[in-house]
Design a binder for this molecule. Structure first.
Ligand SMILES: Cc1ncc(COP(=O)(O)O)c(C=O)c1O
Length: 387
């Protein structure tokens, strides 16, 4: 990867939230927003707040914002604007989309999910299976937390309708070979249903080159407000009968699935979040994140047990670990006392945590994003060493 320097001080100056003493390593649970995002949300409410379709200024501006938000989402995901569906969050969108697909499924149809996934891409399938008498299979992991693609191949059958998988683990940071998974799903005649929530802040998404049929992400994980965003391939969306109220328009396509009034102000924030990322560029973001991740791995004290891949290859800089003699919660509390924000528990990644024998208290999780600094990583390593 080419190295493009990221001016992290200049980046941080864009975030009021980062002017506090806290080192925010809680990004996997949601990132901080640059002021541009906050201003866009407030600006919408000040100057454009209205419902859609009216002849007056605020309503016309709201219409224009919706158009812009879909255009921005299309650019971000590599799809058509009408294929980008906004909703409350990934989980709610996924329950809605899986339910809608469910209208085309029959008892005995099979769904494959993976043990690397967050429950947001597992439970909707389990509930659908409960309702429709489907079969759900779990694709296993290798001991190093990479996905076992041989196991995926073994479990694909002529009845497999969907392969649901993640681009990156929100627990241990492991990436999947998404292109290969899509290929295998399609060869078996199944849909490829991707969870890009954890990958979102770490790299570019391109549904066209990935070939996924459905992909979901959450703008609040990539410097935007609390929102969900889904891509659905147009032919697929066209073929479904949506759960919608009768007067709402069937076009543009996404409108069928965006039930009720959207959070317009958050769409304004979403547009600003994508502009923020574009103004920095993925190359600079990725090389900065990789350096932080490597610094963390190189400096891990002996009292820390890391789970998952031990190098920066095949992963994003999200790390799960435990510290000898301390529960994950105690570690998180001790770090919080030092103004270091981290998570503990299972972060809803229940299968991978069980697979790692961490089904009880889970583990500590830190995640680095482009606004974190080498000095913050040093602070974290020192604090862990002193525990
Ligand atoms: C990988 C992954 N998938 C899905 C979700 C659920 O996202 P949301 O909170 O938008 O429903 C999360 C949230 O942490 C996640 O990390």
């Amino acid at each position: 990867m080419s190295t493009v320097a990221l001016d992290v001080d200049a980046v941080r100056a864009r975030f009021s939230a980062l002017q506090s003493p806290t080192a925010f390593f809680d990004g996997p649970g949601g990132t901080q927003c640059p002021d541009a995002v906050i201003d866009a949300i407030a600006g919408y409410l000040r100057e454009s707040n209205a419902n859609l379709g009216g002849p007056f200024g605020n309503s016309r501006r709201s219409d224009a914002l919706l158009t812009q938000a879909h255009l921005t989402a299309a650019g971000f995901l590599g799809c058509e604007p009408s294929e980008a569906i906004f909703g409350q969050n990934m989980t709610t969108l996924n329950f809605m989309l899986t339910r809608t697909l469910g209208r085309t499924l029959r008892a005995g149809d099979e769904i494959l999910v993976t043990r690397l996934d967050h429950d947001g891409n597992v439970a909707p399938w389990l509930e659908l299976a409960h309702d429709l008498d489907l079969k759900v299979g779990f694709v296993d992991l290798h001991d190093d937390t990479t996905l076992d693609l041989d196991d995926l191949e073994r479990q694909l059958t002529g009845r497999t309708r969907v392969v649901a998988f993640t681009l990156a683990s929100n627990a241990v940071g492991t990436l999947t070979d998404a292109k290969r998974i899509v290929e295998l799903a399609h060869e078996a005649g199944a849909l490829a249903w991707a969870d890009a929530v954890h990958f979102g802040p770490h790299g570019p998404i391109d549904v066209a080159s990935l070939g996924a049929d459905v992909l979901l992400c959450s703008p609040y994980k990539f410097f935007g407000p609390h929102l969900g965003l889904a891509y659905g391939r147009s032919e697929l969306l066209e073929s479904w009968r949506p759960y919608k109220v009768r007067p709402s328009d069937m076009t543009p396509l996404a409108n069928r699935f965006e039930t009720g009034t959207l959070a317009h102000e958050l769409l304004a924030g979403f547009v600003a979040a994508v502009e923020h990322i574009e103004s920095i560029g993925w190359t600079a973001i990725q090389s900065h994140e990789r350096a932080l991740g490597q610094q963390f791995l190189d400096g891990l004290p002996a009292n820390v047990t890391l789970y998952g891949l031990p190098s920066m290859d095949g992963r994003v800089p999200t790390f799960a670990f435990n510290v000898d003699g301390h529960t994950p919660r105690a570690v998180a509390e001790r770090l919080a006392e030092r103004e270091i924000a981290v998570w503990d528990g299972n972060y809803y990644a229940v299968e991978v945590m069980d697979r790692l024998g961490l089904g009880g208290d889970g583990a500590v999780r830190v995640g680095f994003v482009h606004y974190n600094t080498p000095a913050e990583v040093d602070r974290l390593l020192d604090a862990l060493g002193e525990l």
